[in-house]
Design a protein around this ligand. Structure first.
Ligand code: GPP
Ligand code: MG
Length: 292
C-alpha cells in the first residue's frame, strides 16, 4: 500500500519489518567510515558505491608523506567515474524532468545528476542519518529547492504515479525484493521512462552463492540476487532492457588498489575472489518502461 506523501514519515511507517530495521540501523550507526568520508572529502561528493576504470598505479610510488592522500584521491576518482557512467545512461533528461535516486546514501550521485541536467532530484533512504547528511549538503550547495532527500522506503515511496523521467539504483537492489521494487518503479516511471541499475549479482549459471558472495552479504546485511532474477523481475514489470554491461573487469583494479590502501575494510578479498572466480558480476542494466 502506498502511504500518501503528506503523511509524516516515521520509522513506524517507513520500516516495514525487522530486516529493514536492521539495515537502517547499520547505516544509521555507520557514521565513522573513513573509506567513504575520506574519499568524500576529496571534493565534497560522498559516494556509497564502488569504482570503475584503470588505476594509475604510479600513486603507490608517491613520496611516503603524500602516498596515502594520492591513493585516496585515486579511489575517489574511480568511484566518481562510476557515477558519471551511470548518469550517461539516464537518457535525454530535461530541466523540467524529475529523477529519483533509490537508496541515495549521502547524496553524491544525486548532486551530480542535478548539476548535469538541472532538474529536480529526489533521493530516498531508510537511514535518517543519511537523509539528514545529504539534506544538509544540499543546503550548503544552495540546491535544497531542487535536490531533496526523503526518509522513505523505496518499495513504497509515496511519489505520484508516472512522475519520474528516470530512476536509478546505485548498488542498492541487494537490500530488497526485486519484484516489489520494479513494480514500484514501473508505477513511478512515466511511459518510456528509464531505469538504470548498477549492481553486484551472483552468477547462477554456476549454481548458488559462493562462499565469497556469502561473505559480502554478511558484511553488509544484504541479499545479493542471482543474475537471472533481475531479468525476470524487469520483464514481469513492463521494464524492457536496452543495454546490459558487464563491468566486472572494469571494477577489479579499484578493488586491487583498495586492498592496498589505508581505508581497506576487509571486504576487498571476498570481492576480488568472487569476481575472479566468476561467481559474481558487477553489472549495469538499462531498461525502459513500456507505455501503459
Ligand atoms: C557500497 O556502499 C554498497 C553496498 C554496501 C551494497 C553492497 C554492494 C554490492 C555490489 C554487493 P559503501 O560505499 O558504503 O561501502 P564501503 O563502506 O565498503 O565503501
Ligand atoms: Mg564506499
Amino acid at each position: 500500500m502506498n502511504t500518501p506523501q503528506t503523511q509524516p514519515r516515521t520509522a513506524t511507517n517507513v520500516l516495514h519489518n525487522e530486516y529493514q530495521r536492521s539495515v537502517a540501523d547499520y547505516w544509521n550507526t555507520n557514521q565513522n567510515d573513513p573509506v567513504n568520508l575520506l574519499l568524500g572529502q576529496v571534493d565534497g561528493y560522498y559516494h556509497h558505491h564502488y569504482g570503475i576504470g584503470d588505476v594509475d598505479w604510479s600513486v603507490l610510488d608517491a613520496p611516503e608523506s603524500e602516498r596515502n592522500d594520492c591513493v585516496i584521491r585515486e579511489l575517489h576518482r574511480l568511484e566518481h567515474a562510476q557515477a558519471l557512467f551511470l548518469l550517461d545512461q539516464l537518457g535525454d533528461v530535461k530541466p523540467d524532468d524529475r529523477l529519483m535516486d533509490a537508496g541515495s546514501g549521502r547524496g553524491g550521485t544525486s548532486f551530480m545528476a542535478n548539476e548535469r541536467f538541472g532538474c529536480q532530484v529526489d533521493g530516498v533512504s531508510i537511514s535518517e542519518y543519511q537523509v539528514d547528511f545529504a539534506n544538509q549538503d544540499a543546503v550548503k550547495r544552495g540546491v535544497a529547492d531542487k535536490v531533496k532527500f526523503h526518509f522513505q522506503n523505496m518499495l513504497d515511496s509515496g511519489f505520484e504515479t508516472g512522475s519520474m523521467r528516470s530512476i536509478w539504483t546505485n548498488e542498492t537492489t541487494m537490500y530488497v525484493d526485486l519484484f516489489k521494487l520494479f513494480a514500484e518503479f514501473a508505477r513511478l516511471l512515466q511511459d518510456g521512462g528509464r531505469y538504470v541499475c548498477i549492481t553486484g549479482c551472483y552468477n547462477d549459471i554456476m549454481g548458488g552463492r559462493s562462499r565469497a558472495v556469502s561473505q559480502i552479504d554478511a558484511q553488509y546485511i544484504c541479499n545479493i540476487h542471482p543474475r537471472s532474477a533481475y531479468f525476470k523481475a524487469l520483464a514481469a514489470n513492463s521494464l524492457v532492457p536496452i543495454q546490459v554491461t558487464d563491468l566486472t573487469q572494469q571494477t577489479i583494479p579499484y578493488w586491487e588498489l583498495r586492498a592496498k590502501s589505508s581505508v581497506a575494510t576487509s571486504v576487498e578479498q571476498p570481492f576480488l575472489t568472487a569476481y575472479k572466480e566468476g561467481s559474481f558480476h558487477y553489472l549495469m542494466i538499462v531498461a525502459d518502461r513500456l507505455a501503459r
